[in-house]
Ligand binder design. Structure first.
Ligand code: BGC
Ligand code: ZN
Length: 363
């Protein structure tokens, strides 16, 4: 069967033939891949800046944002049956006996760095027709969400960030009042983050470089949130024009914006960083004021990556809520669907917001 893989040593992204998986272990599940979402991480991998093939292989099968259908289950599989829709988690635990997060089922908090990620780091991904996976790493999604369920994986990133933010607020010794949230970035993660904030009752502003007339801006307004373009409003002026925020959710990976995020924070506010800047990125920061504020205003800044089962369940609940509140806006996040053989081109040229590969799509 065909798959899309990156060959880092040959600087090539191509279709290749791989054997169909077999049901091996007793807790194994055989899956028919339905859809795979493409994101910035896939673009970085396919421009050879990120990503690692499995040990001993010269290529990495791409794809980590999956939606698949169960076709066959091993003897001891209890939670899934043929016909179920599932999303596979991305990370797999490291092998070290003393890594408490990995041993406790939360490789997203791995302390050794020896975890693998399907389609990203040391393990093949889902951009093919059939895959095998252990039951442990699969999360069932209701069929009612089928048309948008490929968004679950990217949504887990912001669901985890938002749940952590909420636990910081609930940890305060007083009831917080009505809250204001700022999202930095209007890519799929930023827009999903805006949906989470709106659904949670935040007055929400999205700040990004796209123009006020862009599809992204329109989508933000369709949620009942406000859109501010960075091209006409530098971050320094955002505070005067839009006020301060209890929560800032960063989803760009642009270092100056990441370090500047606390400038627009209210006292006791929280910044959640999800973007991954290049290692060589630099940014100027007025350290004095930033650090003073951090202390004198009880501010919290935290980073968050990947997600555990709990965050997947949270993402699924959020998606159900979105489909009640603003179904059309959710559908409009997926701007392009393509066939497997169109992936190399699609990775070179991002179109619109979320690009999705549909495995059954006819030529
Ligand atoms: C994925 C995460 C992953 C991260 C870092 C993101 O695109 O959604 O699951 O942990 O990249 O590799
Ligand atoms: Zn991704």
């Amino acid at each position: 069967m065909q798959a899309i893989a990156v060959f880092p040593s040959q600087k090539r992204v191509d279709l290749l033939d791989i054997p169909e998986p077999q049901l091996n272990g007793r807790t194994d599940v055989l899956l028919k891949v339905r859809e795979v979402g493409l994101c910035g991480t896939d673009r970085e991998i396919s421009s050879f800046e990120y990503g690692t093939p499995p040990r001993g292989s010269d290529h990495l099968v791409l794809g980590h944002e999956s939606l698949a259908e169960v076709v066959e289950v091993g003897r001891e599989v209890r939670s899934l049956k043929p016909g179920d829709l599932v999303v596979a988690m991305v990370r797999r635990p490291c092998p070290h006996p003393d890594c408490r997060p990995c041993r406790g089922g939360r490789p997203d908090f791995c302390v050794t760095g020896d975890y693998t990620e399907r389609g990203i780091k040391g393990a093949d991904g889902f951009l093919t027709y059939y895959v095998g996976e252990d039951e442990t790493y699969l999360v069932r999604v209701p069929h009612a969400l089928a048309e948008v369920a490929v968004l679950v994986e990217p949504l887990t990133v912001v669901a985890k960030a938002s749940d952590r933010t909420q636990s910081i607020f609930y940890g305060l010794p007083f009831e917080p009042g009505p809250q204001r949230g700022l999202v930095l970035g209007a890519g799929p993660i930023g827009l999903l983050g805006a949906m989470v904030l709106v659904a949670d009752g935040f007055e929400t502003v999205v700040y990004s470089r796209d123009s006020e007339q862009s599809k992204q801006a329109e989508l933000v307004r369709s949620l009942g949130a406000h859109y501010v373009s960075s091209t006409s409003n530098p971050l320094e002026s955002l505070r005067e024009s839009s006020g301060e925020f209890d929560v800032v959710l960063e989803a760009v990976g642009f270092a100056p914006l990441m370090v500047g995020a606390t400038q627009v924070l209210k006292p006791n506010g929280v910044v959640a960083l999800t973007g991954v800047p290049p290692e060589t990125a630099t940014a100027e920061l007025k350290v004095g004021r930033g650090l003073r504020n951090l202390v004198l205003r009880n501010e919290v800044v935290f980073g968050t990556v990947n997600a555990g089962r709990r965050d997947h369940l949270s993402a699924i609940h959020h998606l159900e809520q979105f489909m009640v509140l603003f179904p059309q806006s959710v559908r409009e996040l997926i701007t392009h669907r393509a066939r497997l053989d169109e992936v190399p081109q699609m990775l070179k040229q991002k179109q619109g917001i979320k690009n999705v590969v549909e495995m059954d799509r006819a030529a």
